[in-house]
Each structure stands twice: as C-alpha cells, then as structure tokens.
Design a protein around this ligand. Sequence first.
Ligand SMILES: NC(=O)c1ccc[n+]([C@@H]2O[C@H](COP(=O)([O-])OP(=O)(O)OC[C@H]3O[C@@H](n4cnc5c(N)ncnc54)[C@H](O)[C@@H]3O)[C@@H](O)[C@H]2O)c1
Length: 513
Amino acid sequence: MIRRGRGLEGALKYEVFRFLRQKNKWRFLDFAALLAAQIVGIQGLWTHEGPKNENYARMERNTMKAPSMTRRDFVRLSAGAVVAGAAVKAAQAEPVTLTAQTGIAESAGRKIRFVSIGTGIRGCDLLRSARKLPTGVCVGTADLYDMHQRAGIEAYGAEVPTSRDYRALLDRKDVDAVIVAVADFQHRRVVLDALAAGKDVYCEKPMSHNVADGLAMVEAVAANKRIFQAGSQRVSNIVYKKAAEIYASGRLGEVHLIEGHSDRNTPSGAWVYPIPHDASPETIDWKAFLRDAPARPFDAARFFRWRCFKEYGEGVAGDLYVHLLSGIQCITGINAIPSRAYSMGSLTHFNDGRDFPDLLATLYDYPGMTVNLHCNQNNEAGEPIIFHGSEATMVINGNTLTVTPQNTNPQPEGYSLNGWTAAAKQQYMDEWHAAHPAPPAKLGDVESYTAPQGYDDTADHLAAFFHAVETREHVVEDEVFGNNAAIACHLANHSYFHRGVATWDAATKTIKG
Ligand SMILES: NC(=O)c1ccc[n+]([C@@H]2O[C@H](COP(=O)([O-])OP(=O)(O)OC[C@H]3O[C@@H](n4cnc5c(N)ncnc54)[C@H](O)[C@@H]3O)[C@@H](O)[C@H]2O)c1
C-alpha cells in the first residue's frame, strides 16, 4: 500500500500520517518494512516508477556480477522488487470474515417437517444443526440401536417419536422430508423406500456404497420427481462459495492441477471408535443392520466401525475423498465423473483386521484437470485443497481461504547464462531490456477470507435442503452431483484393490480395469 516513487522523506511522512489516522497494524508493518528496506539500502527495489527503472538496473548489475548462479538465485534476484513487496503484503492478509448464511429459507414461512433415520454420530450432529434452523422441525427418528435413539432425542432437545423400524415413519402423511444418516451400505435401501413414499431426501455422503447403488438412486429420484440432496456440507459452506466466485472470475488464470488431502493421526481418525458397554444383540437390531450384507454372528466392532469393512463402507475414499471431491466439484463447476483414477497406498499402522488401507493416494483425470488426492491416517497434516493457477494459487484450509498472486512478469534468463561470457550476457540483457521496456506489473495483494467463529456449514447445508423442499428449487448437490463424487471414490478403491488404472466406461456405466 505504500506509495512508491515519492522519495524517502515524503513516503515516510505519508505513511506516518496514514498510520496515525487509521491505526491499522498491518499498515504499520508495511511502513516498518519500508523503513527497514531504506535502512539496508534497497530503496531502489521499492520504486516501480520514474524515468530510470531501478529494478532492472539492479537485476542487471547483480546478474553481471554473479560468478555463478542457480536458477533459484536468479529468480530471487530478478523478482526481487516484486517479492519484497509480496512479503509485506502477505502480512496484510488479515482474513475478511464472511457472512454466515444460516436460515436461508426464513422467509419461506412454513417449517419443513422431517424425520431422521440413523441417529448415530452424524445423525446426532445433523439434529444439533437442525435445531438452529427456523425452517425445519423434526417429527420423528429411527435407529437400530437403543442408545442412539436416546442420543438422537437429546441432540434435538425435544421428545419426538422414535423406533427401530424406519418404515413406520415413511407411512406418515405429515412428513415432508427424510434425513438419511445410516451406514453407507444402507443408503440405497432407505433412500429408495423414502422416495417411493413420496418424501424428499437428504442423504449423507458418500451417496452410494457402489456404482449400482448410486445409479439406482439417481433413477429413483427422477422417477419419483423428488428433491434429493447429498450430504457433503462443504457444498453449502460460505468459504467454498467465495472460492467458487474467485475461481469463476478467472483470477487464478488457467488451473489444471488441484491437490487435496485429508490427514489425521488419531485412532478416532482411523475409525477405531470405542464400543459402548451396553452394545449387544438385545440393544442392537443386528439382523436389520445386515439386511443388505452377508449374514454374520453379532459383531460390535463391525457395527460401530463399519467404515473399515468393504461390506458396509468404502474406507478413506468414501469417508474423506468425497468431501474433497465435492468441494472441488462445486468450486470448479466440474460436475463429472473422472475418466481415470490411479491409486496406491498401504495398510500399516491400523492393521487391525480391516479391509481398507490407512494410506491412499490417487491421481484423477477430470476434464481439463488433474486432481491429486491422498488420505493418510498416520499423519496430522490436515485437509487443505490447493488450486494451482497460472495467475494465482488458491488454498482452502479448514474454513479459511487464501489467494496468493503469482509473479507473472517476464524475467530475463539467468541460469542458462552461466556458460556465457560477460560480453554475451551484456548483449543478451541489452536485447532483453529493449524487448521488454515496460516496468514489471505490481503484484496483487494476498487475499484471505474466513468463516465466522463457530460457523456451522451443516446448518447451511440443511437450510439449503429445507429451502429446496419448500420452493421446489434445484439444489447444487443433487443426485447427479452426489453420484459423480461417489463414483470417483469407487474408482479410487477399484484402482487400489486391482493394482492398476481404473477407467470409467460411460457407455456401460461401469468401472473397467
Ligand atoms: N457429512 C459428514 O461430515 C459426515 C460425518 C460423519 C458421517 N457421515 C455419514 O453419515 C452416515 C452415518 O455415519 P455415522 O458416523 O453416523 O455412523 P454411525 O454408525 O455412528 O451411525 C449410523 C446409525 O445408523 C443406524 N442404522 C443403520 N441402518 C439403519 C436402518 N436400517 N434403520 C435405522 N437405523 C439404521 C445405526 O443403528 C447407527 O446408529 C454415513 O453415511 C457416513 O458416511 C457424514
């Protein structure tokens, strides 16, 4: 923000005046950096204007002086002016707090009457978020495990009818919508029953346990003409909406690579959930749980840690990739199934009899985009998504988004001139300057946005669903969107288990490879 080219004394007076007026700590840092730059004698780097381009002159002097330079050294030197500015501007990136959206359908008037099927970990979270919303009211729940039934009532904070058998809820005429938060392999059955009963459906992620389940659900939504929303709440997250706006504006330039990961290193992060003392065939309807899975004697580990087993879950891909992929789909607008996926991984630390790896890395081939994901249950590196653009890099980390512009100014070659004589270098630089008379463009500011403290994107996602149920407007994360993200997860697992490239065959709607 410092005005360049007004001379040291003028610039200092101007900044002191602005600092005192605005009491802005970041501006003070800017001012301090200018002072430091002046003290160490690099004021030329701060001047982009004037008849003589000091930056170029400095670059040239350094290039000629240096006996030997690596490419990195040279880039650092030649980009010195801009990089010096960027270092200060990075500190200015005080995140802008975005406005929470919760209550989107407040004006709609009517409360959507919904029931919740599955009130375990996620079902309770959904009920806690739903109670914040003025637009929906829970009128019943169902769960196969007695303690989860009680936990659901506690989470919602009001007594509603609850039972083991969800079908009784679907027969009720006073129910508009159903929230499905059962284990993944049961999504298809419960969703199809709810749709057949004429209800709109919010189904937790990943939408499907396998390709056939997803296709059947897409067909059933169309056949019954219902609203369907899959449950990757990032799709309604205000930070992701801001990211989508920035992506669509073209400010990132061309983006052909997106990286993301979801890493955590705790037993809970690897689904080694504690088993409650009262878990038994008396308190859990084990037979109903296994309705669409091979018969087995009661096994509490399978009931509570179902994500570890192929019969019920899809490992890290279905649990975690799906969030990254849904976020990428909504930000880029690439609502498609990747044509290919190639995974590698291993099962090392949590080798407890589970079917899935605790480390999975996958390369995806999306239209015009390479997507590189991994999930590591042995490291706590968090879950960033990075969009590598030709003009800027955008990073989402948790609920904070940062856009860092790239220096795209033309740069004279340096590294390969190491083998040139001084005279040849001089000639090269003269010619380069003649060909690039314009001063380098100023590097833009680093932008940063964040969600307010305590922001609940699940509430926003539910609000979007209730709004759609009321207005019959389309939701972003509909059955096609949810199915595309889920199939990408199935491709990753297929590749891992078949030890080769998995290909999506659009003609037969199957995975090959
Ligand atoms: N969006 C998210 O951030 C998020 C987070 C966690 C889980 N999830 C998803 O939510 C779903 C539930 O996961 P969870 O962690 O709550 O699992 P969980 O095992 O804690 O809860 C699942 C519950 O479903 C019940 N259930 C299973 N089949 C049923 C049936 N036929 N009728 C009635 N109840 C039935 C079980 O008794 C259990 O209580 C999964 O699809 C999971 O992937 C999403």
